[in-house]
Write a protein that binds this ligand. Sequence first.
Ligand code: ZN
Length: 132
Amino acid sequence: MSMHLASAQCRRCGKELTSRPFEPKTDGSAPTAKKFEQCLRQCLDCGQALSNSARAPRWIFRDYRNNVPEQVRDGLEEAVGKAVKSAKSKPGQLASESSEDALTWTVIRHLELQGSLALLCYLVGRVDAVES
Ligand SMILES: [Zn+2]
C-alpha cells in the first residue's frame, strides 16, 4: 500500500509541497533521499526539496551551486570537478543544507576574497604559509 509524507511548506516561496506516493521500506519509513530527484516533496519553481526523513528532514537543492552564497560561487564548479576526479566528494553531497563541504567552501572562499587567507593559516598554525 502506498503512503504519503506530511505536506511541507517551501521555505523560499511558501508554496505547499505535497508528497508523491511511496512504497514504504520494511520498517515503514520512506525511501532515503540524498539528492533532489529522490525527495518526495519538491518545489520545482525554487529548485529545493525536503528530504524524506521523518525525524530530521533537510533541504536539498536541485543545483548544488545554489547551496553557497552567490558571492562565493566563482570557482566552485572547478573545485568540485577536481574533487570528483579524486573521489573525495560528489556534487550531490554539496546540495544538502547539512553539507560541511558547502559551509567550508563558503568560509574559505569568503576569506580568500577578503584577502584574509593568511590570517586563517596563522589561526590554524600554518605560520610558514603566512611567511612565504
Ligand atoms: Zn518554492
